[in-house]
Ligand binder design. Structure first.
Ligand code: EPZ
Length: 435
């Protein structure tokens, strides 16, 4: 059974690796699109199921490769994970039997590190493969480990695995040198079951952190200050399962906003929280797009040629690094020169070379990209290198003259639900082919 399942996984992976996306540019996108549940909120929320004994039910979970990976990971520990209709995922953790997160899964998704805190807090042990470097930089997890050590965990590295043990974690005062998103989430989950009070200083303020805190609170945790840079967690002895609907994906929303801009289109995004997208919406207005915000929707409409601007990625509420590649594609066609500074990840410019192959004028200068607007882009065979880089190539292809062929689209499938159907419904000429 198990080997048949593995074989199917390998076949799926090979099939996906062979697929290519063909996009013929030039169509103005218009219409409505519904934003899916947020990948980066769903991942820690699903991991948090490990903290309680019983069955948690999550809705509005996007149907994505990364969600399948975290589900497989939890199944490795003995959790019964079922995906139902209507974007529902149930996780029953009443029979956990293992605490080993294998390299084979962790290497495909760094966010697997999110199981470390919950496993340690619930089972007193965790063996999690140390994530390696990735296409956007070395991305260490030292701050996760430092914080858990301060809470009393014994952590060693053995043959590429983090081996962590503790009796019951103890509350501690923790200062993060860098406001790390998954680090804050990991430690917040661990602290929810620790003895005493944990205070996280310089905590990440991302909406996904706040959402996880509200899920943990619904499970019986005592958390104060999530959404600010100081989070206080009063540990409790046990947590209960929960039902929760995942928030909309602000990065997917931002990507479709850029699609409206780059194709001179008009897109209404439903199931979108404009207050999570403030920095992005302000930039889009600044370069000349018309933006109309309502309680749970945003409309982005092109009215006249766009002008260049400067963008600096920052932790929330600043401009998100996860939209840096996409706004770069947009600014490639804006009038004048734009400077895009990447301050979160040191190596997140892999898309630059591919955009240049499509005729973009971009010069890299350390952690900044100097983009000079060009009148048009042209189709070329290009290769996706990571999730958001893929999205920027899709955006460029939507407007390029000719048919662009994007390979390695499995990166895109990690984070964009039904991207082909959604873009088609907006009028794009897009199709997937086997290589
Ligand atoms: C989260 O990654 C997101 N992933 C990323 O989404 C996102 O790009 C990133 O936050 C920044 O917003 C998930 O939420 C699952 P960090 P994370 O720890 O938590 C350094 C996407 O495309 N750092 O906040 O891994 C790190 O190298 C992605 O969906 C340390 O030095 O990012 C980086 O420079 C990919 N030591 C900075 O902090 C540590 O122990 C911020 O990274 C941890 C982080």
């Amino acid at each position: 059974m198990r080997s048949a399942h593995r074989l199917k996984q390998v076949r799926n992976r090979i099939g996906s690796a062979m697929k290519k996306l063909l996009i013929t540019g030039g169509n103005r996108l218009h219409g409505e699109v519904t934003v899916s549940g947020a990948k980066n909120a769903a991942l820690p929320i699903i991991a948090s199921a490990l903290l309680a004994d019983g069955c948690s039910v999550y809705s509005n979970v996007p149907d994505l490769r990364d969600i399948a990976t975290i589900s497989r990971l939890l199944a490795e520990f003995g959790a019964d994970v079922q995906s139902g209709g209507n974007r529902m995922v149930t996780v029953d953790t009443s029979r956990l039997r293992s605490y080993n997160a294998p390299y084979e899964l962790v290497k495909t998704m760094r966010a697997s590190i999110l199981v470390l805190g919950p496993l340690l807090a619930r089972m007193g042990r965790a063996t999690v493969s140390l994530p390696g470097g990735c296409a956007i930089g070395p991305r260490p997890v030292d701050l996760h480990l430092k914080a858990l050590t301060a809470m009393g965990a014994h952590i060693a590295l053995d043959r590429g695995y983090i081996v962590a043990e503790c009796r019951r974690l103890k509350g501690a005062k923790i200062y993060f040198d860098i406001a790390t998103v998954t680090g804050t989430e990991n430690v917040m989950m661990a602290a929810a079951l620790a003895e005493g009070t944990t205070v996280l200083e310089n905590a990440a303020r991302e909406p996904e952190v706040e959402e996880l805190a509200s899920v943990l609170s619904a499970m019986g945790a005592h958390i104060d200050g999530a959404g600010s840079d100081v989070i206080t967690i009063e540990g409790v002895k046990s947590l209960r399962p929960v039902e929760h609907a995942v928030m909309p994906d602000r990065i997917e929303a931002g990507t479709y906003m850029m699609a409206a801009g780059i194709t001179r289109g008009d897109i209404l995004l439903r199931n979108c929280h404009p207050f999570h997208c403030h920095a992005v919406l302000e930039k889009l207005k600044e370069i000349g797009l018309e933006v109309t915000e309502a309680a749970s929707s945003v409309r982005v409409c092109w009215k006249h040629p766009l002008s260049g601007t400067d963008v600096r990625t920052l932790p929330y509420p600043g401009f998100p690094t996860d939209l840096q590649a996409q706004i770069m594609a947009l600014l490639c066609l804006a009038e004048g020169t734009s400077i895009i500074s990447e301050t979160i990840f040191e190596d997140r410019f892999m898309h630059v070379g591919e955009l240049r192959r499509m005729g973009a004028s971009i010069r890299l200068d350390g952690s900044a990209a100097v983009v000079t607007g060009v009148p048009a882009l042209s189709a070329a065979p290009v290769m996706a290198t990571d999730l958001r880089a893929s999205a920027s190539l899709v955006l460029a292809a939507l407007v390029a003259e000719g048919t662009t062929e994007i390979s390695r689209i499995y990166h895109l499938e990690r984070g964009y639900e039904n991207v082909e159907d959604k873009l088609k419904s907006l009028g794009a000429d897009i199709r997937t082919v086997s290589a």
